[in-house]
Structure formats: structure tokens, C-alpha cells
Design a protein around this ligand. Structure first.
Ligand SMILES: [Zn+2]
Length: 273
């Protein structure tokens, strides 16, 4: 069932197969005796044709050491370049989509993988279901040589990051920035500048990164999503998000903008500028 020219990533139970040293890849030969439940294209990356295959947990190739398997965040932490990030992010999102959308949203019949494109097709009404992408904004608010960083309730103790949130139906990205900042920390911002974007596979967000300038108001965390927020300068930064995140890229860009040297662990594969 595997395509002989492709390199495969595998997943089982919504989980990509990889270890702390990174995602595992397999040749078609490795998968000769492995039944694939489904397989989807990941596109041509560095002249190689990648696919992600879904297998039952009991059907993993024998070279997979189940004890050594780890989660997506651990695999992403070992990534050193944008190409590998894209491969991993795409595969993870497709695997979650595959597991989450098994029935047609129009008529409830079964969906099956489309033979030619990255989609599923309804066996009854021919409706096509494409992978879900949820647009979000993420914004670094600056006030002179300081930036606003916040501790969210879902963060590890001590970690701070920039603000982020989903774009609502009918809303522009710029409006979402103004609304999220106001809702989460109670201040007003101005002079928005779009910087860069990043696909974020937890589970299928598409982050649009902005810089904004402080305009007015006192920082007042909402107490639910945001537990604490404050202005930070380059000399008193808290624990920051890992280097593969767009949040870190925004923070590093801010540091570059104010003429600071980047911290040693900012060996970014997404350039700050
Ligand atoms: Zn249908």
C-alpha cells in the first residue's frame, strides 16, 4: 500500500512516531508488511516526497522502540531548521484531522481519504472535507524599550510570553489584536505592524504575528486566561517560550529592534528579522 518513492512519517493513536532526537522516518521498504490505515501527502521537501501514514498501534515497524517514543513538543524542541518544523507541523495537524473527522458534516456518512489531494470525501454525498486551520493573532506590545509579557494559566510556572488569541468569525486580524489585548490585559494599543506567520500544531492554529505600541490604560490581567502580566526590559526577562515558537521570534525581533544582543539559546531557525 506504500508508495515506493516516498519517505514516510508514521502515526498511531493521534501520535506521531518519534523520539527525543526527532521524528522517525521510514522508507517504503520498511513498510512492506505494515498495513497503512490511511496515508496523506506532505508534499515535496528538499527534493523528497513525504507522506504521513496512519497505522494501528500493534502494527508499528519493529525498529520502533515504544519505550523511547515521546510527544510532539519534545520532538519540536530538537528541530534545528524551518523545513523540518514544517514537515512535523504539517504531519501532526493531518494526523489529528484524520482522527477527528471520520464522518461527513452534511450527511453523517463515512469519509474516506481522497486519492489525489489532501482531503477526505464523503462516500454518500461527495462532500469534501479539508484539514481544519484556525487563524489566531499573536502580538508583542511594546512601550519604549519594554515589552509586555504575560503568564497564562496554561503555562509552566515562571514562564511568560506575548499575548495571543483566536480570530472570531467575521473579524479582521487587526481587530482581533485590539480586542484580545483589551480583553486579556485591559490596555489599548496602536500602530499595529504585521511581522510574520507560523503554523502551530496544537492542534491546528495558524498564527499571524504582530507588533503593537502601547497607547493607554493600566495592565489588568483578566484573572482567567492571564494570571499575571507586566512590562519587561532586556535586562530582566523572565523564562521565555522555546526557540521554535513564533512568540519567541517576536520577542527576539523586539530585542534586535532595541539594539540588544540575543540570548545564547536563541539559535533561531526562524530569523528574528
Ligand atoms: Zn455526506
Amino acid at each position: 500500500m506504500s508508495d515506493s518513492n516516498c519517505i514516510y512519517l508514521l502515526a498511531s493513536n493521534e501520535r506521531l512516531i518519534g523520539t527525543a532526537s526527532g521524528v522517525m522516518t521510514f522508507s517504503a521498504e520498511d513498510l512492506t508488511d505494515i498495513p497503512l490505515i490511511a496515508s496523506y501527502p506532505l508534499g515535496l521537501i528538499d527534493h523528497a516526497n513525504y507522506r504521513v501514514g496512519i497505522v494501528a498501534e500493534g502494527d508499528l515497524p519493529e525498529q520502533v522502540d515504544q519505550e523511547a517514543l515521546c510527544g510532539l513538543r519534545t520532538m519540536l524542541a530538537s528541530v534545528e531548521d524551518e523545513t523540518t518544523y514544517t514537515l512535523l507541523s504539517s504531519a501532526a495537524q493531518i494526523v489529528i484531522w484524520h482522527e477527528s473527522f471520520k464522518f461527513c458534516p452534511r450527511c453523517a456518512a463515512s469519509l474516506h481519504a481522497h486519492s489525489g489531494e489532501l482531503a477526505k470525501v464523503c462516500s454518500s454525498c461527495a462532500h469534501r472535507q479539508y484539514p481544519i486551520i484556525s487563524p489566531c493573532i499573536i502580538v508583542l506590545v511594546r512601550k519604549g524599550d519594554q515589552c509586555l509579557l504575560a503568564h497564562a494559566s496554561k503555562f509552566a510556572p515562571g514562564r511568560y510570553s506575548v499575548l495571543a488569541g483566536f480570530i472570531e468569525a467575521g473579524e479582521s486580524a487587526e481587530h482581533a489584536v485590539l480586542r484580545e489585548v483589551k480583553e486579556e490585559v485591559g490596555i489599548t494599543v496602536k500602530n499595529l505592524t504585521y511581522c510574520f506567520s507560523q503554523s502551530w500544531p496544537f492542534p491546528h492554529s495558524f498564527m499571524l504575528g504582530y507588533m503593537a505600541e502601547y497607547e493607554s490604560g493600566d495592565i489588568t490581567p483578566d484573572g482567567e486566561e492571564i494570571l499575571d502580566a507586566d512590562w519587561f526590559s532586556a535586562s530582566n526577562l523572565p523564562v521565555l517560550p522555546p526557540k521554535f515558537t513564533i512568540a519567541r521570534r517576536l520577542i527576539d525581533r523586539f530585542l534586535v529592534d532595541i539594539g540588544e544582543t540575543l540570548p545564547e539559546d536563541s539559535t533561531l531557525f526562524f530569523a528574528a528579522e
